[in-house]
Write a new protein. Sequence first.
Length: 223
Amino acid sequence: MRILIFGSTGASGILVAREALARFQSCTLILYVRSPAKVPSDLSSNPSVIVIEGELDNQDALSKALEGVDVVLSVLGPVVSLKDGPFHPSDTPLARAYERILDLMRTHHVKRLIALGTASIADPEDTFSLKYSTMVAGVAAVAYNSYKDVVAIGKTIRSSEGIDWTIVRVPILTNSDKKDVIAGYIGDGKLGTTLGRAAFAAFMMNQIDSQEWVNKAPMITNA
């Protein structure tokens, strides 16, 4: 199996890459990164890992990364902190990157995409939740451009034709090592408000061979 990961140098992306190697020991892992120096040595030195340097607007590099790929895992997402969130570009750069990636996936006949999302991406199965409404409103107030980009990402992925996508929506991420999760929809009364990055990585791997959440956008939290 050949797995391509976007966003593999962030805290969550690194765990996703490590989980992929642990779960699929015969896989080839392609890490598409802007700064190869940020790839941890245990990944960059692994013979099963190929690091491709490129920007998200580099059509040729993206196309090269997608050659022969079976599944795309994306941990791309904007910064939503008070410090950096307000400076996210207003032209939804990540949503536009997804447009390029999805077009090239079709060109290379890659059907499976499992992508990070947040509660800012609404789903028809969601119902009202005060805690999640407050959370989303806070993000929109503090980092509107980041919020707008995430919403646009959701729309871009949902409208893609010929792609078996899953948007894995997450709440507040923590460094908990717990890997048990509850998957559902906002307002269903089951969900908490936090999720360990290790649990997110494990859930991403579970979707590679599963049809349960294809063309769906579950919200997941720790149990």
